[in-house]
Design a protein around this ligand. Structure first.
Ligand code: MTE
Length: 307
């Protein structure tokens, strides 16, 4: 993501024609998600049942082994394959999430309270990193909207800011002065309340591992992965657009909105294609990562300017 991040290598010759635009409902059905309370089915999605038209573009769940050993988590390491080892002793107990700012009911929740207060459900989502790779991941978690209802945002609240934990004694990357720690992210309040936006506490039917953002992280599937902040400790309702980590570092490269968009290229590489981890070749990037239902949130906005 920084200037040392290599440009993803995508070969035009390998692209399968773009035929598949699954809606979320079709996608969840294809992926075998049957009810809100259903936990992980042993096998989610096969090329045959996921795509009626082009099996090569079907969404197949990424193997757990890959998802847990190929991570972006700069607090631990800049090397994706080193994060799991570097994070293995990260202490996730006790854990507290503070919700404050423009709310009627500011609260501090322990992770245990969160899991018991808010019914956990499974969501199988595509995850598209701004660097040009993607995965299909079976999260367990709950809509952020439920937590927001609990704290009751005041009418002046327009945005939600998120903060990751600051713990340099356990996170070697945080001793680097090149980055403005802690990692921060933000959403507009309507995006935060949108049903697809979840706080995840599990992955593959088990508690979230440290490298995947445990014990609790944000997941916003229609935005580039950097919006999905790991290890959340604070959520703040505010009137103004929050400062965010990558946008503060390189605003011309990482916008506040960061909606997945094949027609807005990163200044240093194309966004029209992506590499699905575990597959060879590349596939077309889908607008809003295929979650077209969010389009009304951006009606009247120029997505090229507000990228
Ligand atoms: N959250 C924190 N706190 N620190 C990070 O470095 N990286 C982001 C996001 N959340 C990051 C983060 C990026 S760039 C991506 S693509 C996803 O996490 C990667 O999530 P994964 O490692 O679980 O696949």
């Amino acid at each position: 993501m920084d200037s040392s991040t290599p440009k993803p290598e995508l070969s035009r010759d390998e692209i399968t024609p773009q035929k598949l635009y699954l809606t979320r409902r079709q996608f969840l059905k294809a992926a075998g998600v049957v009810s809100a309370s259903a936990f992980l089915a042993a096998c989610l999605g096969t090329p045959e049942d996921a795509s009626p038209t082009d099996p090569a573009l079907a969404d197949v769940q990424t193997k757990r082994e890959l998802a847990e050993n190929f991570n972006n988590y700069y607090e631990f390491s800049l090397s994706k394959t080193s994060v799991a080892e570097a994070a293995k002793d990260f202490n996730m107990q006790p854990w507290q999430v503070e919700v404050d700012g423009l709310v009627r009911n500011p609260k501090k929740y322990t992770i245990e309270e969160i899991v018991s207060l808010f019914p956990q459900e499974e969501r199988v989502y595509r995850m598209r990193c701004v660097e040009g790779w993607s995965m299909v991941l079976p999260w367990q978690g709950f809509p952020l909207a439920r937590l927001l209802e609990d704290v009751e945002p005041l009418p002046e609240a327009q945005y939600v800011g998120f903060m990751s934990i600051l713990r340099p004694e356990e996170m070697p990357g945080q001793t680097s002065l090149s980055f403005p720690w802690p990692y921060l992210e933000g959403l507009r309040l309507d995006e935060a309340r949108y049903d697809l936006t979840i706080l995840a506490t599990g992955l593959y039917g088990e508690a979230l591992s440290p490298q995947n953002g445990g014990p609790i992280r944000l997941v916003v599937p229609w935005k580039y992965g950097f919006k999905s902040l790991k290890a959340v400790v604070r959520i703040t309702l505010q009137a103004d657009q929050p400062v965010t980590f990558w946008n503060a570092i390189a605003p011309q490269e990482y916008g506040f909105y960061a909606n997945v968009n094949p027609s807005v290229d990163h200044p240093r590489w194309t966004q029209s294609e992506e590499r699905r981890i575990g597959e060879t070749g590349s596939r077309p990037t889908l607008l809003f990562n295929g979650y077209d239902e969010v389009a009304p949130l951006y009606e009247g906005m120029d997505l090229r300017v507000n990228f």
